[in-house]
Design a protein around this ligand. Structure first.
Ligand code: UD1
Length: 351
């Protein structure tokens, strides 16, 4: 059996690594790893391959940045000949980034089977590019691996046959479970004892100077009570510079490698984010998370986990931060099948 995996952006790497590892020991399976090059900075890509112990990609398409149409089209153009040459039995795509949908579209036209890892998540917000990527990928995938029951329900509601849907749990948590001991061993010196950890990169939050300015003002307003550590995504870094926002009172860092970021998350008093994966990681870790978005495609992190959706209302964000800092925080539990073995279940099903 010949399996080809496609990754492209930072949030793909921690999802693909456990699946590659779980399949690696099967003698009858050949694996090919294609990196589209959507994320190309060492800090956004290479360092993750090292820490997650991923094999170097067999092919790097080197697509780089561009508009959504340019990036998606360029991935499709460059990946088609690779897939034709490799002739995989199945192509595995991950998450909801442009690389995911681009690879899935190409495979569907080549009549090559597609497996989608992290299928079925829906924010029901069509202004989010990732939502379009999720809907299209799930519609054309042949095998859909879901992380939680809401994923199964969403897919069935869209008319996808139950025979294609497999609830396997959360592969991102597989990587977390494996590397948590390394994160726990990460030295504490150099970081404040008590801090809020922030990540922001959604276009809806960072591409508008007023919206970004308001969020950063909110963070600055609690700065006298707690340190704010903020590893800055390249998109956000460009915008802070472009809008000439003074964020110097926040502890700004470059994007961090996986283990360092996990260490910071697991020790944070509160995490403020607009990421998808971080809502899940904080739920697993039991750390309170405030999500600066109007909705989430990961509702289980709110119903079972430690996540609260605060929207883009800065006053609400400040009030929720204060509640948590004063000890009034949401308690959560870990969703079923977020147990570190999702990739084993995927490997068995693929075989
Ligand atoms: C992408 C994904 C998003 C994911 C996020 C995590 C899509 C539609 N979006 O968004 O789902 O949550 O990655 O990081 O696929 N840049 C660099 N270096 C890099 C990568 C990007 O400087 O290594 C710059 C680009 O030039 C661009 C900006 O960062 O200006 C955004 O990159 P892009 O890949 O377009 O989207 P993300 O916002 O990272």
């Amino acid at each position: 059996m010949n399996i080809l995996h496609v990754v492209g952006a930072r949030p793909n790497f921690m999802k693909a690594a456990p699946v590659l590892r779980a399949i690696r020991n099967s003698s009858a399976v050949t694996q090919t790893l294609v990196h589209t090059g959507q994320h190309y900075d060492v800090k956004m890509s290479d360092v993750f391959f090292q820490q997650l112990d991923m094999p170097a990609p067999d092919v790097n398409l080197g697509v780089g940045s561009g508009s959504h149409a340019q990036q998606t089209a360029e991935i499709m153009r460059r990946i088609e000949p690779v897939i034709i040459e490799a002739r995989p039995d199945i192509v595995v795509v991950y998450g909801d980034v442009n690389s995911t949908v681009a690879a899935a579209l190409v495979c569907s036209k080549l009549l090559i089977r597609i497996a989608h890892v992290e299928a079925g998540l829906r924010s029901f917000d069509h202004t989010m590019p990732e939502e379009i990527n999720r809907i299209v990928t799930d519609r054309i995938a042949d095998v859909l691996f879901t992380p939680s029951t809401d994923g199964d329900v969403n897919l069935q509601r869209e008319g996808i046959g139950a025979e294609k849907i497999f609830r396997v749990g959360n592969v991102m948590i597989d990587s977390l479970v494996r590397l948590l001991p390394a994160a726990n061993a990460y030295p504490r010196n150099g970081f404040p004892k008590r801090y809020a950890l922030v990540t922001l990169h959604r276009p809806s939050n960072v591409d508008d100077s007023v919206v970004l300015g308001n969020i950063l003002d909110g963070l600055l307003s609690v700065r006298d009570d707690i340190d704010v550590i903020f590893p800055v995504h390249p998109r956000t870094k460009q915008r802070i510079k472009e809008f000439a926002i003074d964020a110097t009172r926040l502890h700004l860092l470059e994007p961090l490698p996986y283990v360092e970021f996990l260490a910071l998350q697991s020790r944070a008093a509160v995490v403020i984010t607009d990421s998808g994966g971080i809502q899940e990681e904080t739920t697993y870790l039991g750390i309170p998370c405030l999500t600066v978005r109007e909705n989430t495609e990961r509702p289980i992190t709110v119903t079972l986990g430690t996540n609260t959706i605060v929207g883009r209302d800065t006053n609400r964000l400040i009030a929720e931060m204060r509640d948590i800092l004063e000890g009034r925080q949401k308690k959560g539990s870990i969703p079923p099948l977020w147990d570190g073995h999702a990739a084993d279940r995927i490997a068995t099903l693929l075989r």
